[in-house]
Ligand binder design. Structure first.
Ligand code: NAP
Length: 257
């Protein structure tokens, strides 16, 4: 056991989508540190394997990896069945995989709109539905959807992402309405501006960087590590009566005007 039993994930299996790098990768470390057996996911097989080896070396236990496209229904169905039969029951699902597309709405093509909605919103439905079928049969499970401050706030040039993340809030509620009585807890974590590859261009832009520091009461960018504690809490017995909530982890950005 690691620390308080409230946050102990020993013996639990956690699938974290989009965990070959960025926030998902750090969340996998946090869940593994709390005792979980983790299954990494991503699209690029070489990156995924090197992430698997690095985490296994760091924790000294088995780490699993399954490369599949979270927006492809057949791929998702096959991967979840494979994980359940070869690794074990998925106790924790973190729907983290996501992409960004920056362009004014008037110029966004239908194809780009569909791609962002598919990877940032439909994927959580597809993977969530598949995993929940087995969780419901077992009478327990934790699903954590990774949302964003764009769940609540809009900004020019990221319309499809904003629509997807707003949808993720209500998908979290819809899953709760239908699955909470079966013993599942489904919640979302909404990160503020976090320094990762996805946001490197914004960090490098002096004006945008100054805007973020000024606009955030904590006066800094977040780090992926800032998200580990909240996701472990929502994956653990500490949150067994927390249902359908969005926990903003944003340095206070969404509480001020
Ligand atoms: P990132 O560094 O760009 O990493 C994205 C991850 O998702 C990679 O592992 C990537 O795999 C994987 N991925 C992308 N498309 C996929 C697909 N179709 N199927 C399976 N895996 C796929 O992103 P990040 O910044 O860590 O963001 C992670 C999540 O946090 C996203 O949902 C994002 O919206 C959210 N978020 C980020 C921030 C921020 O400031 N960074 C703020 C709020 C919310 P490959 O390596 O194979 O490409």
């Amino acid at each position: 056991m690691t620390g308080s039993p409230l946050f102990d994930l020993t013996g639990r299996i956690a699938l974290i989508t989009g965990s070959s790098r960025g926030i998902g990768n750090i969340l996998a470390y946090a869940l593994a540190d709390a005792g979980a057996t983790v299954v990494l996911n991503g699209m690029d097989p070489l990156r995924l394997e090197s992430a698997r080896v690095a985490l296994a070396q760091r924790i000294g236990r088995d780490v699993h990896a399954r490369g599949f496209d979270v927006s492809d229904e057949d791929d998702v169905r096959a991967a979840v069945a494979d994980i359940e039969s070869t690794i074990g029951p998925i106790d924790i699902l973190v729907n983290n995989a996501g992409i960004q597309h920056r362009e004014p709405l008037l110029e966004v093509s239908r194809a780009d709109w569909d791609r962002v909605i598919a990877i940032d919103l439909t994927s959580a439905f597809l993977v969530g539905r598949e995993v929940a079928r087995a969780m419901i049969a077992r009478g327990r499970g934790k699903i954590v959807n990774i949302a964003s401050v764009q769940t609540d706030l809009a900004r020019p040039t990221i319309g499809p992402y904003t629509a997807a993340k707003g949808g993720l809030r209500n998908l979290t509620r819809a899953m709760t309405a239908e699955w909470a009585s079966a013993g599942l807890q489904i919640n979302a974590v909404a990160p503020g501006y976090i320094h990762t590859e996805m946001t490197q261009a914004l960090v490098d832009d002096p004006d945008f960087n100054a805007f973020i520091v000024r606009r955030t009461p904590a006066a800094r960018w977040g780090t992926p590590a800032d998200l580990g504690g909240p996701v472990v809490m929502l994956s653990s017995p500490a949150s067994d009566f927390v249902n359908g909530q969005v926990l903003f982890v944003d340095g206070g950005m969404t509480v001020i005007v």
